[in-house]
Design a protein around this ligand. Structure first.
Ligand code: NAD
Length: 283
């Protein structure tokens, strides 16, 4: 006979324990994770944030990024004293994603968190886009996200522990971005970004019994490298005009949100989306 009730699981004032430190909840010490699109702006900065927080990280990108990825992995492991490995995979190719599952377990032992982030915005993605543009966008941004999330959650379940899946959605998954009087070329792109968010919501419900959380971040305009050389200062001003903060975001501002969602600091958050967009979405 015990006096314990169901209510005893809810500690009221954990800070009263002299050993308790809430900042420990933001640590990723001992955790293992992978980041797709790891050579790109958001991916490599999230990998750096996770490594600084104590995790071993696999940075995953296309085979064509080998030189950049190898140098990046060496720099991050040296700087943060954790294991950082480069792995190569086209996320739209099922055989390569299946092989990635094995490489991840070989390299890291397991996977506690995955940043499902590889993505493209293909030129010509407008109302009359050709089939090829639509298909490539769906194959990489949506089917690629599905396949890489699948290997992550299967590793977590096979190894009998929970984890965190974080998907990169976008401002464009929520609206058509009427900049300068017309919609941006994000027809299929926006559809995939709305799709990954809804997929995260489904997985949140389906995988909660396994201790696996699934969330999304929706970046607004982020100076990740993809705009460099592609827009003029006038174009910049036009783009930030409807953003309440009147500026682009930085890679680190996305990485911070992804670090939070990967860590135990967000342990009661699943099935949600964090807009990191300088307030664009409030209009
Ligand atoms: P980026 O181009 O720097 O990074 C994207 C990375 O994905 C690249 O390294 C690229 O090689 C990789 N990639 C592309 N196709 C791939 C494939 N088939 N398999 C594996 N890797 C592949 O751009 P970023 O800004 O860092 O974008 C990261 C994510 O953020 C993307 O999903 C993008 O759609 C999304 N996003 C970016 C912004 C922004 O303003 N930068 C805004 C909203 C959403």
């Amino acid at each position: 006979m015990t006096d314990e009730t169901v209510f005893d699981q809810y500690p009221l004032d954990q800070w009263k324990d002299p050993e308790h430190r809430i900042m420990d909840r933001f640590s990723l010490k001992g955790k293992k994770g992978f980041v797709t699109g790891g050579a790109g702006g958001l991916g490599r900065n999230t990998a750096a944030a996770w490594a600084e927080a104590g995790a071993d990280v696999a940075i995953v990108d296309l085979p064509s990024s080998k030189e950049r990825l190898e140098a990046l992995a060496a720099e991050l492991s040296e700087r943060y004293g954790v294991k950082v490995v480069p792995l190569y995979c086209d996320v739209s190719d099922k055989a390569q994603v299946d092989a990635l599952k094995e490489s991840l377990v070989d390299a890291l032992g397991t996977v506690d968190m995955a940043f499902i982030n590889a993505g493209v915005n293909v030129p010509g993605d407008d109302a009359d886009e050709p089939y090829e543009v639509w298909k490539k966008t769906i194959d990489i941004n949506l089917t690629g996200a599905y396949m890489t999330a699948q290997i992550a959650q299967h590793i977590m379940r096979e190894h009998g522990h929970g984890g965190s899946l974080i998907f990169t959605s976008s401002l464009s998954g929520h609206n058509a971005n009427f900049i300068g009087g017309g919609p941006s070329p994000v027809a299929a792109y926006g559809a995939t970004k709305a799709g990954v968010y809804e997929y995260a919501r489904y997985l949140a419900a389906a995988l909660a019994p396994y201790g696996i959380r699934a969330n999304a971040v929706s970046p607004g305009y982020v100076w990740s490298g993809i705009f460099e050389g592609r827009i003029t200062p006038e174009g910049h001003d036009m783009m930030v005009h409807p953003v309440p903060m009147h500026r682009f975001g930085t890679n680190e501002e996305i990485a911070s949100a992804v670090l939070f969602l990967a860590s135990d600091a967000s342990s009661y958050i699943t099935g949600t989306n964090i807009q990191v967009d300088g307030g664009y979405s409030v209009y």
